[in-house]
Structures are given as C-alpha cells and as structure tokens.
Design a binder for this molecule. Structure first.
Ligand code: ADP
Length: 616
C-alpha cells in the first residue's frame, strides 16, 4: 500500500508548529527582561532614599529600576523583587523619595505570557508526548490487527504478465485451463445457458512442474488480478488467525472480482481432518473450515475462481473435493522428453550459448527432472560460464551444471587416502559391471570416484528413453546393480572388510524392494495384492498409521523383501566373480582418470558377460 502522503505532511506540520509556538512563548517571557541586570532590593531602597534613582516601575512584586544616571527615564536598566504582602514603603522606601513610583497592574504582558506559558508549555509537552506515544501504539496495534489479515500478494498489475505461451509443454493442463480463462472473461455466456461457473480448480503435480506459473498465466490470459498465498501462510501459532486470514483474503478477492485466488500447497491446511485425538490441529481445521465456508458462500455471480496447487491430492480432505468446491482437477506431470527440450529452450533462449550446446541430448538425459530443475540447470550453466569469464555457455558448462543439479556439486577438496580411493574404485566398478551385463538394466552413463554431494563416488545409469512402467525384471536388475558396490568390496577385500560406503545403496535397494512388495504387488507369494498403509493421522504429536493387514502378512512382507534382496546380492556376486579382469580394468581406469564416460565403459567391459545363473 502507498504511504498516505497528506497525513504525514500534516503531522510534520503540526510537529514544527508546536516547536515554533513553544519557542515563541519562551522568547516572549524571557526576552524583554533579558538585558536587565538584577539588583538587591535593599540596595535599590538605599539608592532611592539617597536620590540616585529616577523611576521605579512596580509590577506586582517586581521592580523595574531606572537610575538617575540614565538619560532615558523611561528605560529601566535594572530589576529587583520586593517581599510579598507589604508595600514598598513599608519595606523601607521613604515617602519623600525623589524617585517616581509608577505602580502598574501586576499582570502585564510578561506576566500574562508567563502565566499562559506556564499552563501552555506543560499542556503542549504532554500533548506532544501523548501524540508520539499514540502514534507508536497505533503502529503496534496495526500490527496486532494486521495479524489476522491475509498476506496474499497481489499480482496482475505488473507489466510482464505470464501467458500460456511462456509455459513450455503442459499442453493438456493448458487446454483444461483455457476453459477457466473463458469463465473469467465471459461469465455471461455461461450464465445465460444456466451453467454454474466452477469455483475451485485443483492443480495436482510434483513440485516445480509449473503450477504457480500456470495459475499466473490463467490470470494473465484473462487479464484479471491474481492473489497468491501459500497454505502454510495461513497457519500461525494462534488459533483463529488462519480463519481470519481466509476471511480477509476472500473479502479482498470479492472486492477485486473478477479475479483469481491462488493457494499454493493447499495440503498444508487442507489435509484430511483427523479424529481430533491428541489435539493440536484446531487451527488447521478452523482454517480449512473457513475456506469451505467462503467457497460455499460465493454468490453465483461472484466471479472469483480459486486455484489451488498440491502434489499430494491423496491427503486432501474429501470435503474440499466435493462439487461446488475444488471439483475440477488439472493434473500436471513431470515433462516428457519433447517437453523438456521445449522448457530448456525457453530457459536458454535469453542466454548466449555456443553451437556446441546440445539441448536435445540434455533433454534426453534429464529424465525425471521438473521444469524448475531444468530452469536451474540453465541458470547453473550460465553461472559456470561466468565464473570462467566466458561470454558464451559451452556444452561442457551445461553437462557440469546438469551433474551438479542431479547429484550435487563435486567435492574435489575432499581428500581420500589411497586405500579408500581404491575401495571406492572397486565399489563403483561393481555397480557398473553388474548394471552393464544384466539385460534389463539401463546402460551406464558415467562412473566417477570424485565425491559428489554426500557420496564417495557414483555410477550413473540413464534410460535410453522415457518410460512409463517398470517390470519385475527391471526392478530386479536395479536391485542387483545397487548391491553391486557392496559385493565388489566383499569379493575384493573379504567379508569382514566391507565398509559403510554402501549405506545409501542399501537404503535405496531396501526401499525399492519394499515398494515392489507393498505397493506394486510384485512379491512372490504376495503377488497382485497391495498393502498400502493409510496416510497416517496425528495422535499425540506422532504420526500413526493404520496397517490394513495382519501381523502374519507383515511378517510375510518382511520375508518377501528379504528374498528379493538376497537374490539380488547373489546375482551381483555371480556377475562380479565371473568377471575379475573386467572389474580390475575398470577400477584401474577409475584410479587413473577418476571419471569414465559411457562409451569408454562399453570398451572396458567389452569381454564382460553375465553368467547364465545370474539372469532371471
Ligand atoms: P510449482 O508451482 O509447480 O512448484 P513453479 O510454477 O513455481 O512450480 O515453477 C518454478 C519454475 O520452474 C518457474 O519459475 C519456471 O522458471 C520453471 N518452469 C516450470 N515449468 C515450466 C514450464 N513448463 N515452462 C517453463 N518454465 C517452467
């Protein structure tokens, strides 16, 4: 909001006027007598009796004295004070004094001013004091009152509006949203045929896939303002604040209709309401209830559409998804290769790239990356080029940026001793060889023993093309290659010399195996059945899950996971024991060069084979 200029101007004026008034009063009181020198009363009486004084002006108890020596007999040069209560004669002045005694009313201007000032100054001081106190208190109370105000940011008046054209890919989502633009632009058209305009649209998709951008583009296309707030911003420490923020947000939106309200991360407030046990969720529930109330309360002609984004639509409260609320759903998926290329092109468009940059190849490599990841890669590439003082981004910068974003920056400074280096080389060679020879594994893209992110080294597999499904055979090869590192250590150094280097591999393998059994119905004896636990509810500050299966099944699940892991370890061991020379060749190459690219891997492993028993 703009500061209120006139108000501030007035306050400043009042402030200075006060200062000037006080100064004037003080001057009026003190200035006239400033040059009068003060004489002792007894001295004045003695001199008056001796005929040395021409005139005494008497103002109450104050004496303004003009000595005989003064030329101007009406200009006093001294002052003095007599005692209160008795006359100047009673205090020793002789009746026959030569001095003219001029008795004036005691309340002349000086005294009046003094009297006025003595009343006015404290009042003014108090006034000023309260004025500033009040102003400060007002600031604080504004803050206190503002607590319940929504903190929605308003967009829509900026020059650079986002439109659908700025968003690469996401064709289906855009198609779905074109309709919403139409509702906002031509509400009449729909009302005339008795159609109810939807109030809420849920954008569901993984983080960074452009949900916020799409919502802004809807506003941009329709030319309406856009209020943006994140679900987590509603939730404060105090119960009721969230609900009052919701009220405020909707009130603002109604004033600005037609417009869009965008609630990011709606799952922060819109989670399924629990049993109420354990408490602690009143605030969220109240906020959610208020959202529901507001959405129900829209009159049919209120042209406000609420767009909400989440990546967990499964945890949302069913009440949110009922007709008349968020009854429309637009699903946004991670971009496919063609879309990734388009997104990369958008983000490289304004950056100077040289002809070596292969956007198509990068799009191929970035399986599973979101639009935000791709934007990040383009930006990192530019940063790397700038760091090397280059004017253009090269393909090498792009590759480096991709690897940095995908697995974390290289940590070249981390020093490994020779023994650790060798162990890492064998560990990575183990992953690589198992992945290379097994028929259902993705090809090896790169092997390195340069520490990156939290790992000592890494072996990277990339699918030749995007795929939507994974088979049991593919999963099993993923498990085997994940265990290849640990098994290579075991084969090379012996069972008791295995290290913690395999920690994250084992975690990954166990997670994959559990997913196969629980979520995908891929267990041996538990085929075609899923054992999905519910999303959990809060009980006394802890997340508790209700297991929809018996204790016996739980044991069976553990057994199945164990079987999968054991089988994978066995297969990896068969591969590694069958190819000692290829394994050593790779480990030596890694120790020498640190990083081996995909085509060199093929060359180094050209005589490596999977023994028949290792193939499932
Ligand atoms: P979300 O809301 O889904 O988490 P955002 O809309 O905030 O994602 O997207 C984050 C950033 O990612 C955007 O600012 C943009 O730079 C980039 N981005 C995501 N998807 C696309 C896309 N389809 N086209 C262009 N840029 C995109």
């Amino acid at each position: 909001m703009k500061p209120k200029q006139p108000n501030r101007l007035m306050r400043t004026t009042i402030f200075w006027a006060l200062i000037v008034a006080i100064a004037l009063v003080l001057w009026a009181v003190y200035a006239p007598q400033q040059n009068l020198k003060e004489a002792a009363f007894s001295d004045v009486i003695r001199r008056a009796n001796n005929g040395e004084i021409a005139k005494i002006e008497l103002r109450g108890n104050e004496l303004l004295v003009t000595p005989m020596s003064e030329k101007d007999k009406n200009k006093p040069t001294e002052k003095s004070f007599k005692e209160e209560g008795s006359s100047i004669y009673e205090q020793g002045l002789r009746q026959d004094t030569k001095a003219t005694i001029d008795v004036q009313k005691p309340s002349d201007t000086g005294t009046t001013l003094w009297n006025v000032a003595s009343i006015l100054i404290p009042i003014l001081l108090f006034g000023a004091f309260f004025f500033f106190m009040f102003r400060q208190a007002q600031g604080q109370s504004n803050q206190a009152l503002g607590f319940g105000k929504s903190r929605a940011r308003l967009y829509g008046n900026e020059k650079e509006k986002v439109v659908f054209k700025d968003i690469a890919g996401n064709a289906e989502a855009k198609e779905d949203l074109v309709e919403v633009v139409d509702f906002l632009k031509h509400p009449k058209k729909f009302k005339e045929v008795g159609a109810k305009i939807p109030k809420g649209v849920l954008l569901v998709g993984p983080p960074g896939t452009g949900k916020t951008m799409l919502a802004r583009a809807v506003a941009g296309e329709a030319g309406v303002p856009f209020f943006s707030i994140s679900g987590s911003e509603f939730v404060e420490m105090f119960v009721g604040v969230g609900a009052s923020r919701v009220r405020d947000l909707f009130a603002k939106a109604k004033k600005n209709a037609p417009c869009i309200i965008f609630i990011d991360e709606i799952d922060a407030v819109g989670r399924r309401r629990g049993s109420g046990m354990g408490g602690g969720h009143d605030e969220r529930e109240q906020t959610l209830n208020q959202i529901l109330v507001e959405m129900d309360g829209f009159e049919t002609d209120t042209n406000v559409i609420v767009l909400a984004a989440t990546n967990r639509s499964d945890v949302l409260d069913p009440a949110l998804l009922r007709p008349g609320r968020f009854d429309r759903r637009v699903t946004i998926t991670l971009p496919e290769r063609k879309d990734r290329e388009a997104i990369l092109k958008v983000h490289f468009e304004k950056k100077p790239i040289d002809e070596s940059v292969n956007v198509d190849a990068l799009a191929g490599k970035t399986v599973g990356s979101s639009g935000a990841d791709l934007a990040n890669i383009a930006n990192e590439a530019a940063i790397i080029a700038a760091r090397h003082n280059r004017k253009h981004i090269t393909n090498k910068d792009v590759t480096e940026a991709f690897e940095k974003v995908a697995i974390g920056p290289e940590r070249k400074t981390k020093v490994m001793n020779e023994a650790e280096k060798e162990l890492t080389a064998y560990h990575e060679a183990g992953h690589a060889i198992v992945g290379h020879v097994l028929p259902h594994s993705d090809p090896v893209h790169k092997v390195t023993i340069i520490p990156r992110g939290g790992t000592g080294g890494s072996t990277w597999f990339l699918p030749p093309e995007d795929r939507s499904y994974t088979s049991v055979l593919e999963f099993k090869d993923v498990l085997a290659r994940a265990l290849g590192g640990r098994i290579a250590e075991k084969v090379k150094y012996g069972d008791d010399n295995i290290t913690t280097g395999a920690g994250s591999d084992l975690r990954q393998a166990t997670a994959v195996a559990r997913d196969m059994v629980i979520e995908q119905g891929m267990g041996q004896s538990l085929r075609d059945q899923v054992f999905h636990e519910d999303n959990g509810g809060m009980m006394f500050d802890r997340m508790v899950h209700e297991r929809p299966y018996s204790e016996d099944t739980a044991k069976l699940i553990d057994k199945e996971v164990q079987i999968l892991i054991k089988e994978a370890a066995h297969r990896a061991e068969l591969v590694i024991r069958a190819n000692p020379t290829a394994l050593k060749r790779m480990a030596d190459a890694l120790l020498e060069k640190e990083t081996i690219e995909g085509d060199e891997v093929v060359e180094l492993f050209k005589d490596a084979k999977a023994p028949k028993e290792a193939i499932v």
